[in-house]
Design a protein. Structure first.
Length: 621
């Protein structure tokens, strides 16, 4: 047994080599790529995705149309309705579009802008209005895209982006980022604390992180690998540092990309089997020829060797049947000297001493460590997984259990709406009005008396949360003020916002009167909105809120009764303290109170919170 290999309780049989096949001489293969020489050369490109929803068809068709002027635009038809032009917020010239994914709730589209830069955009549920998700995505000249949609985990994306405008040195200007909320927020990959030898890795985020080789940078290595049959497990080649570099090692994440661990040194061909219970790795052709492969039944915590051939072979890949339900793996490779392929099939069933039973599984819940709710995209999912320290067989007929429930809405369930943006990588910054993007004016023709005021936020497509803080981000009906005045932008409470500028149609002596009436109307709406919001906030659920005032502040509450927690809890201000959010910085001192029994001064402070989900705080100091 190798050092560090777990003890299973009994001897482990060796895998069986089933078949060795020598094929005919290799043929040179060719690949075809769809490219556009100039925007005007492409007449039209239609991509259609149809999804069955109950008894009807949901159809999303995206049309890339070229015009003789050389200007192209993206048009969208939802459920076979008339085409509408897609509203993409960055006004730079569009050279090309790459539709990454279309489903019944969202489209992921990459736009090639002038200068050869690519940005990733996310649509709303209509497919018409888009928000910027990630700038400077890495794509090579053959349209190999460094963007991976992780299988088995809804909403988890991994991508490479350029860290500076100079992209001449490809590997030295790339960093890897991950999103756990369908592209709403991106952050770097956490580096492991130790390498495979147990030595400490000195790498402190955000200036240092893990970076992965992907489609445009993997040099024919394994890219980012995940499978529906093993949710939470991600395998990839990467390097640790400020930016991506060459000479990668093999890394694994067992929690959906939140944390990572170095599992093997060098470059390997890897695949999973038995619903993620078996992992097989073979030295790929970037290393020397070999007769030995490695396998692990504990999610890569330790590895065993198996001799699969009597002669050295250069391995080009490790494959298994779709679904990864069996224990059979195939390696293909050979020697370039005689131009022949060798395919070797190995059955690993003998390494498992027994079939798994109910006690061999545990409940795993994917969640974003930045939040306290343990929810992703508005839901909490519990997934059954085999305990990694137990090497038992899941079997072909294993059916993984899932438990699913809906979460209350928080700010993490929302992204900036079309025409609004926040600084990249500043997750807690509010969505600010982007005046470079023109928004439609529903009050321009004077026919509408009311309109749906925009808060600057929209729920992330595919997010299923309900209740909670949902009311704070929803559009609400507001009156039109003036015959031709662009409606104001109403941000959620305490979110810095800017009023969209517009013109007043009146002229002559009545212009000043009209302007004053417009200002008065606007102020009335603001006070009305503040009253409604404070009332709703008072009635909101107490989930994720803390009680910060204590029985040591009777003077603040003006209580003439005995200073007991019961009496204090009945005062209006104390009741409001039950509803106050966590973690805000104090901004304004309300009132000092008497010294506490500990001898320190105590005060209550009212503050405005920078976080989207936080509004007011009364905090003891």
């Amino acid at each position: 047994m190798q050092p560090g290999m777990m003890t299973i309780g009994g001897s482990i049989s060796q895998p069986r080599t089933l078949i060795q096949i020598l094929t005919l001489r290799m043929k040179q293969s060719t690949s075809t790529y769809l490219t556009t020489r100039t925007p005007g050369d492409l007449a039209s490109l239609i991509k259609t995705s149809e999804t069955t929803m109950g008894s009807c068809w949901s159809v999303a068709t995206y049309l890339l149309s070229g015009q003789t002027t050389g200007v192209i635009g993206l048009h969208v038809s939802d459920r076979r309705k008339p085409f509408k032009r897609a509203m993409i917020p960055v006004p730079d010239e569009h050279r090309n579009y790459l539709v990454i994914r279309i489903n019944d709730v969202q489209a992921l589209v990459i736009v090639e802008h002038a200068g050869g830069f690519y940005n990733l955009y996310l649509s709303d549920e209509s497919g018409v209005y888009y928000s910027l998700s990630l700038r400077d995505l890495v794509i090579d000249s053959d349209y190999n895209i460094d963007l991976e949609l992780i299988e088995g985990l809804n909403g988890t994306l991994v991508a490479n982006q350029y860290t500076r405008e100079d992209t001449s040195d490809l590997a030295s200007s790339i960093r890897t980022v991950i999103s756990l909320d369908n592209g709403g927020f991106w952050e770097g990959l956490l580096p492991p604390d130790e390498d495979i030898n147990g030595d400490t890795i000195n790498c402190e985020p955000p200036n240092c992180s893990l970076h992965l080789h992907m489609d445009s940078t993997n040099y024919a290595r394994l890219g980012v690998y995940s499978t529906e049959s093993a949710p939470g497990i991600i395998v990839a080649h990467g390097t640790i540092g400020i930016e991506l570099s060459t000479n990668p090692d093999l890394f694994i994440s067992r929690d959906g990309g939140v944390t990572w661990e170095q599992t093997l040194a060098g470059s390997w061909g890897v695949n999973l089997a038995d619903h993620g219970g078996l992992m097989v790795a073979a030295k790929d052709y970037h290393q020397e020829q070999s007769t030995v492969l490695k396998y692990s039944c504990n999610e890569g915590y330790s590895w065993r060797d198996f001799t699969f051939s009597s002669t050295d072979i250069t391995v080009y890949g490790v494959v298994t049947e779709p679904g990864q339900h069996t224990t059979i793996m195939s390696l293909y490779g050979g020697s370039w000297d005689n131009f022949k392929w060798t395919v070797i099939t190995v059955d690993f069933a003998n390494i498992f001493p027994r079939q798994c039973d109910d006690q061999d599984y545990y409940d795993w819940r994917p969640w974003d460590e930045r939040t306290e709710s343990q929810c992703l995209l508005g839901s909490s999912i519990t997934i059954e997984r085999r305990k990694p320290q137990i090497c038992c067989l899941n079997g072909r007929d294993y059916d993984r259990e899932f438990d699913y429930h809906i979460c209350d809405c928080t700010s993490e369930d929302y992204e900036c709406d079309y025409g609004f943006a926040r600084p990249m990588y500043d997750y807690y910054a509010p969505c600010m009005r982007d005046h470079a993007i023109e928004l439609p004016n529903p009050c321009a023709d004077g026919k509408n008396k009311t309109y749906m005021a925009n808060t600057g936020y929209r729920k992330i497509a595919g997010d299923v949360c309900t209740g909670g803080e949902e009311i704070l981000f929803q559009r609400f009906e507001a009156p039109c003020c003036g015959d031709d005045t662009l409606p104001p932008f109403f941000p959620p409470p305490n979110q810095p916002g800017q009023t969209v500028s517009g013109k007043v149609a009146s002229k002559g002596p009545l212009a000043a009167v009209g302007a004053l009436l417009g200002v008065a109307c606007l102020m009335a709406l603001v006070f009305l909105a503040m009253f409604i919001i404070v009332t709703l906030k008072y009635r909101a659920t107490t989930r994720n809120y803390i009680r910060v005032a204590t029985a040591e502040e009777p003077a603040l509450f003006g209580s003439s009764q005995q200073d007991t927690p019961e009496n204090l809890a009945s005062s209006p201000l104390q009741q409001l303290a039950h509803l106050l959010p966590r973690g805000c910085v104090a901004a304004m001192l309300i009132r000092n109170t008497k010294a506490t029994s500990s001898g320190r001064n105590s005060s209550l402070t009212l503050s405005k919170c920078p976080q989207m989900k936080s509004h007011y705080l009364i905090q003891e100091q």
